[in-house]
Design a protein around this ligand. Structure first.
Ligand SMILES: [Zn+2]
Length: 406
């Protein structure tokens, strides 16, 4: 059994025409008229496939293809159809429409599965109009109270709950109505690795955690010629010491640990004045939460000793913190297995970007399938995946969902 490639590609094109800009981008910011038009189109397709459609109070849409045993938890796939202002045709949309193509293929072949198959469209994944991103899936899994989410204000001043009602997607289906047997999200990689290696399928095993901090180091300005070295409280020196420490830390830790000091501002920033103040950022990332915590702790210890030895004060502010996500290993294995059976080259990989799957992983076994992004470009009208690769990824999704649902 294989999906109908031309049908999938045609639907991707039709959806991409909604909100198309002069620069050929897709612009369907969450809960705008364009987003509504995209939702309406896809909901119409769900109904044509004989699926029942439910909408929950945060506007997540679920198309359900009933299985033979409704008492069993369903298998779920899906993604999002909102885009950034300069979005491409495939980010999110591909995962949703490939899910519908799986249903269409099963319908054509008159295959009935044991478990129901659900295709989800999650609200405001991009976060380009409302913060935070991945809001619909976050609320779905209980990570944010509904009331708080409905009160979120858009960058244009609109209130999320009002916008949901305005476009007719403030539904009544119970939040978290399905606790899936498994969730599989198919997505373009949005990074360069598969394309660079000529690999067709990524079996995603984890998603990187991120820790962002801003440090403010306060020392004392003084004359660069007359102040003896032993009497200095040099914020500029302390900033460079942190930068050196972060690089050394990643070398010692090895593995996946990366660290960056990407922003440094010295005050007064003059050639012959010892810096009074430095504001710097530290970006630490790891796929392992304990290791990421160890890196954060090591940095904290270093800042303590640096502040004593240099006689400066150091304060820090957390800018962002997301835990890494480990996807279900058995599910990732099945994805790799199905890619292999279809004769597609594949590799295990880490997702560098956030996805709805990371939220769903809190409530059920979850994994992702990646296909190559040409040149690693995304959130850009030039976003492109070769048609053959789009079709290949959908066939891996078909095999994986069918097996899970039997
Ligand atoms: Zn996406």
């Amino acid at each position: 059994m294989y999906i109908n490639g031309p049908r999938l590609l045609a639907q991707l094109e039709t959806l991409a025409d909604i909100g198309r800009t002069e620069t050929n981008a897709c612009c369907r910011l969450a809960l705008t008229d364009e987003d509504k038009a995209g939702r309406d189109l896809v909901v119409g397709w769900m109904k044509e496939l004989g699926m029942s459609v439910c909408v929950d109070p945060i506007g997540n849409i679920f198309g359900i293809r009933a299985g033979m045993r409704p008492e069993l938890a369903p298998v779920m796939t899906g993604s999002h159809t909102d885009t950034v202002r300069t979005g491409g045709a495939y980010d999110g949309n591909y995962g949703v429409l490939a899910g519908l193509e799986v249903v269409a293929t099963l319908n054509d072949a008159q295959v009935t599965t044991e478990r129901s198959i659900v295709v989800g469209i999650f609200t405001n994944e991009e976060g380009a109009r409302f913060a935070p991103d991945m809001l619909g899936s976050l609320v779905y899994v209980g990570g944010m109270p509904l009331d708080e989410a409905l009160a979120v204000k858009a960058i244009d001043g609109a209130i999320l709950g009002d916008e949901l009602k305005r476009i007719g997607y403030h539904g009544t289906a119970p939040l978290g109505m399905h606790k899936p047997h498994a969730f599989v999200e198919l997505h373009i990689e949005q990074g360069p690795l598969l394309d660079a290696d000529g690999i067709k399928i990524g079996a995603v095993e984890n998603l990187q955690g991120i820790s962002w901090q801003e440090l403010t180091i306060v020392g004392q300005s003084n004359h660069a010629g007359t102040t003896p070295m032993r009497l200095r409280h040099d914020a500029g020196y302390a900033a460079s010491a942190v930068s050196t420490f972060v690089r050394e830390l990643t070398r010692k830790m090895g593995g996946n640990q990366v660290g960056t000091v990407g922003h440094v501002v010295l005050t007064p920033n003059l050639i012959n004045v010892i810096a009074a103040r430095a504001t710097i950022t530290v970006d630490l990332r790891n796929t392992d939460e304990l290791l990421l915590q160890q890196a954060e702790q090591a940095l904290k210890d270093f800042l303590q000793s640096l502040s004593e030895s240099e006689g400066v004060t150091i304060t820090y502010r957390r800018l962002a913190r997301f835990e890494p996500v480990i996807f279900d290993a058995a599910l990732t294995d099945r994805i790799a297995h199905h890619a292999e059976s279809l004769g597609l080259s594949h590799q295990r990989m880490t997702s560098g970007a956030g996805h709805d799957a990371q939220m769903m992983a809190r409530i059920c076994p979850t994994s992702m399938i990646f296909v190559p992004s040409v040149g690693g470009i995304s959130h850009n009208p030039a976003e492109h995946t070769e048609p053959a690769d789009l079709i290949a990824g959908a066939n891996v999704l078909l095999a994986t969902l069918t097996e899970l649902a039997q």
